[in-house]
Design a protein around this ligand. Structure first.
Ligand SMILES: Cc1cc2nc3c(=O)[nH]c(=O)nc-3n(C[C@H](O)[C@H](O)[C@H](O)COP(=O)(O)OP(=O)(O)OC[C@H]3O[C@@H](n4cnc5c(N)ncnc54)[C@H](O)[C@@H]3O)c2cc1C
Length: 399
């Protein structure tokens, strides 16, 4: 079992990924340091799946809530900039060296808090690798996350952009998020209804980027069978009398994802990415009509779309990108469009963030020119050199 960084660039010194017994929340050996250590040889490139980014100076690995509280107090007293990095799978870190502290959460317990005939409530530490949680749930007949198999990264980061794939989103199963507010020096428990979850977003990605997520509580259904809501996945089981088992759904998702370079695998150069680089644009009726007009003028036929509950439609970014003249495998310097999927930008060799950003800017410009649509970037930029601790105001009702 791996920790959240076990998929690429992990060095095995973090959490042990222990799951299932909930006994150990990462107690340290007596005398072990509680704050940060100098790591001048480490680069953001070593800590991210894209594999770009300059040298960092310090690394902190904290497991317990005490360590977090004391560690952040020490950072504050020292005036040290910091940033939390999980699996580094949704980050584009800049090339410049950084004199701050990269904080990694190594707590790695999964604990079943309650179970009845219909469901189980499960508390998962931030340092658990997301896919380890999925495997754990599938093995125990708990449904609700199996279609999100193979998403890299940590459980702690999952609520931030409300990860989702193949018809499931983490917000479907979140009960509560426990976070630490480094500025106020206290922990807050935030109910799912207050997380402002949306398509690839939440309050943690917007006004509360300064909160550190330490654990997530989920409610999963008790069922051996998957519920498929995504056509490409359902098509794999067409003609079957019963829905697939959770394990079958997991394997199917992993197979589809591998075909797109969307499972991090050192043997697959197309998986050296930050996943989809752009979100699918959400457009209203007027914007859709404008896109349709342009498509008709180019003889491109019907514009694919997924209707949303709020009346808008989601248009596949990949469709817009391909029809703006971007090709799989297009390369600019050390960055390229994946050879399997135009939505992913991959880094090649000793890649530079500047090349990744330049290619992303070119793709955005082409889509804007062709379709009049501004693509939104999905991975977060980490401009470490310009980083300052983010301030946040306590939300109403927070203790
Ligand atoms: C090949 C590939 C496929 C992908 N497929 C999908 C997909 O299908 N669906 C999807 O939604 N995403 C996908 N992603 C994106 C990514 O896996 C998710 O966004 C994931 O949740 C990121 O987790 P992480 O631990 O790697 O976060 P990181 O990249 O380490 O961090 C991302 C951001 O969250 C912050 N952060 C991290 N941990 C915490 C914490 N505990 N508390 C507070 N802030 C924190 C960081 O500071 C940073 O701002 C994919 C990425 C790759 C590389």
């Amino acid at each position: 079992m791996s920790d959240a960084r076990g998929q690429r660039g992990g060095d095995g010194r973090g959490g042990d990924g222990r799951a299932g017994d909930g006994r150990d929340r990462g107690e340290r050996e007596p005398g072990e340091s509680r704050s940060w250590v100098d790591e001048p040889g480490v680069r953001f490139a070593d800590l991210t799946t894209l594999g770009v980014g300059g040298h960092i100076r310090h690394l902190a690995r904290w497991a317990t809530e005490h360590e977090l509280r004391d560690g952040f107090a020490a950072l504050r007293d020292a005036g040290m900039p910091w940033v939390v990095v999980g699996g580094g799978s949704n980050l584009v870190a800049s090339d410049e060296p950084w004199d701050g502290v990269v904080v990694q959460l190594t707590s790695a317990a999964i604990e079943e808090l309650a179970r009845d005939a219909e469901g189980a409530v499960v508390r998962v530490d931030a340092g658990v690798a997301w896919d380890d949680l999925v495997r754990w749930a599938v093995e125990r007949g708990l449904q609700g996350v199996e279609c999100m198999s193979g998403i890299p990264g940590s459980v702690g980061a999952a609520p931030i952009q409300n990860i989702g794939a193949y018809g499931q989103e983490v917000s479907d199963v979140v009960v509560e998020v426990r976070a630490f507010d480094p500025q106020a020096g206290r922990f807050v428990d935030i109910a799912a209804a207050d997380c402002a979850f949306g398509y690839r977003t939440s309050r943690f990605r917007a006004r509360d980027r300064g909160l550190v997520i330490v654990a997530v509580t989920l409610r999963l259904a008790v069922s051996e069978r998957a519920r498929l809501a995504y056509a490409e996945l359902a098509a794999r089981f067409e003609g079957r009398a019963a829905p697939p088992t959770l394990a079958e759904a997991r394997e199917a998702v992993l197979a589809i994802r591998r075909g797109k370079g969307m499972v991090v695998d050192p043997a697959d150069p197309d998986s050296r990415s930050a996943g989809s680089f752009f979100t699918n644009p959400l457009v209203d009726a007027g914007q859709l009509a404008a896109i349709e007009q342009r498509a008709e003028a180019r003889g491109l036929g019907a514009v694919p779309r997924w209707p949303q509950p709020d009346g808008r439609v989601k248009v596949p970014a990949a469709w817009l990108i391909e029809r703006a003249g971007v090709r799989r495998g297009d390369r600019r310097g050390s960055a390229a469009v994946s050879s399997k999927h135009v939505l992913a930008i991959v880094a090649c060799g000793d890649a530079r963030a500047a090349d990744v950003r330049a290619l992303a800017a070119e793709i955005r410009a082409r889509v804007l020119e062709t379709w009049g649509v501004t693509l939104q970037q999905e991975p977060l930029d980490l401009d470490a050199a310009a980083w300052r601790p983010e301030r946040r105001e306590p939300a109403e009702g927070e203790a």
